[in-house]
Design a protein around this ligand. Structure first.
Ligand SMILES: [Zn+2]
Length: 309
């Protein structure tokens, strides 16, 4: 206890000196408890985290520095080595590769380095590391969109809609079926529940529609044979289904579920890229006779893009 306290006091003095030296890290000790620290670290440049400031919480054990501090992100962050919900960090130096030579300040630096260089093959038991391994084995997707290299369906390079209201237009109804109501209920509402704006359906006046839904035959305007559907990201917002495929509402042998594929393509139209989480709506493969609903990863993706509702 005394040793850890003396060591932390020493680090505290060093931190005061280093404050100016390292503008990316602001490490602060709790006023009443030297075993509790917080840090503000700047997101490294040329990464999805650039421009962001991330808060870390340190809990230092009494056996410190023989044992590593527990560190987690308090700021929500999408990173293969950080648990989205708990903020737990998968970093070897915080586990079995810890050495008493590390300090809280140098741990912060290591975390900044990890933000810039994720370790998808981290041997630590992390869901996202498992996802990263799966991701490596992915062939091309069935809908022609690229696969993103972050664990969530979140890609900072993709634009988003910036508005409070949004209009949808159904361009063409397949075989005269009423797709509007099922689309509204099973595709737009699930995403809409996590969006800061609401969808409004318009049946005429193409110009004001932000998202349009239509059908293309094989060979028309980018509808390659074998593609089920595709969508253009914001602010284009066009979604096309392959008119030559057999569509159904719900799982039906020999047919694709219009609503599952619609949910996926609408995700793209809203700005999401593919997820590496199998079973997520944004997982890049949909087969016949298959239905899906939004999973945690999809929700995390849309919330990362548009903010938590
Ligand atoms: Zn896709």
């Amino acid at each position: 206890m005394q040793a850890s306290r003396a060591r932390l006091l020493k680090e505290y003095k060093e931190v005061q000196r280093e404050k100016v030296a390292d503008p990316d890290i602001q490490l602060v000790c709790d006023d009443s408890n030297i075993f509790k620290w917080t840090a503000l670290v700047k997101g490294p440049s040329e990464t999805p985290f650039e421009g962001g400031v991330f808060q870390l919480a340190f809990s230092v054990p009494e056996q410190y520095p023989l044992q590593p501090p527990q560190v987690r992100f308090l700021t929500k962050i999408f990173h293969p080595n950080v648990h989205f919900k708990t903020g737990e960090i998968c970093l070897d130096i915080l586990k079995n590769a810890w050495s008493p030579a590390w300090t809280l300040q140098s741990v912060c630096r290591a975390i900044i380095a990890l933000m810039a260089h994720p370790e998808p093959d981290s041997p630590l038991n992390c869901d996202s590391a498992e996802n990263a391994r799966i991701r490596k084995e992915l062939p091309l997707s069935t809908c022609g969109h690229q696969i993103v290299f972050l664990f969530s369906s979140f890609d900072k390079s993709i634009s988003k809609f910036c508005k409070f209201d949004m209009c949808i237009l159904i361009v063409h109804l397949p075989n005269g079926k009423d797709v509007l109501n099922p689309l509204a209920k099973y595709c737009f509402k699930p995403w809409g529940d996590h969006l800061p704006f609401t969808f409004k359906f318009v049946e005429r006046n193409l110009r004001i529609a932000d998202i349009t839904i239509g059908f293309l035959k094989n060979g028309q305007e980018g509808m390659d044979e074998g593609k089920e559907a595709f969508a253009y990201p914001p602010t284009d917002g066009r979604v096309f289904f392959n008119a030559d495929l057999n569509w159904s509402f719900g799982a039906t042998p020999g047919a694709y579920d219009f609503l599952t594929v619609g949910l996926h393509e609408l995700g793209h139209a809203l700005g999401l890229a593919h997820s590496s989480v199998k079973g997520a709506v944004m997982w890049p493969y949909t087969g016949m006779n298959e239905t899906r609903v939004l999973q945690d990863d999809d929700v995390h993706g849309i919330e990362a893009l548009y903010g938590v509702k």
